[in-house]
Design a protein around this ligand. Structure first.
Ligand SMILES: [Cu+2]
Length: 150
């Protein structure tokens, strides 16, 4: 029965082709998965948090101008031991020299520039980011942001 032999060969060819396509798809899927895992790992390494320096301004009925400088957002949350880059963009105010209470971290945020502050807290708590130019009400502040570590 030569006809049947040919048919068997066709089935075998079809199976071989099917296996080749199936294994190629699995290989591609596995490859995609590994790429995703890698990009997740690199994203997890250092998280970026963006902050800006802002200013509230108003004119009182008597013509007097009042203003207040702020870090925005005023509160950020990080995990204990988490690596974070705090990127602060200077928008309002020429200069904001700052320090973070309870740490050795200090720097200056200048108008039109990004200041990158690497953070990694070993102890839980609330840390204050304080601007030394606008530290109180009298200095158009208080310009204080809270870093909550837990
Ligand atoms: Cu300031």
């Amino acid at each position: 029965m030569p006809f049947l032999v040919v048919k068997k060969r066709a089935i075998i060819m079809f199976l071989v082709l099917f296996l080749a396509i199936a294994s190629a798809s699995i290989w591609l899927l596995a490859k995609n998965n590994s790429v995703t895992v890698f990009s997740q790992e690199s994203n997890d390494e250092v998280r970026e948090i963006h902050m800006v320096t802002g200013e509230f301004k108003a004119k009182l009925p008597n013509g007097r101008e009042i203003e207040s400088y702020r870090w925005d957002p005023g509160t950020i949350f990080v995990e204990k031991s988490e690596k974070v880059n705090l990127v602060i963009s200077g928008v309002n105010g020429a200069e904001h020299p700052f320090s973070i209470e309870g740490t050795e971290i200090k720097g200056v945020v200048k108008k039109g520039e990004d200041t990158i502050v690497p953070l990694q807290f070993k102890k839980e708590g609330v840390y204050r980011l304080i601007c030394h130019t606008h530290y109180g009400k009298e200095q158009n502040g208080p310009m204080i942001a809270y870093i909550v570590v837990d």
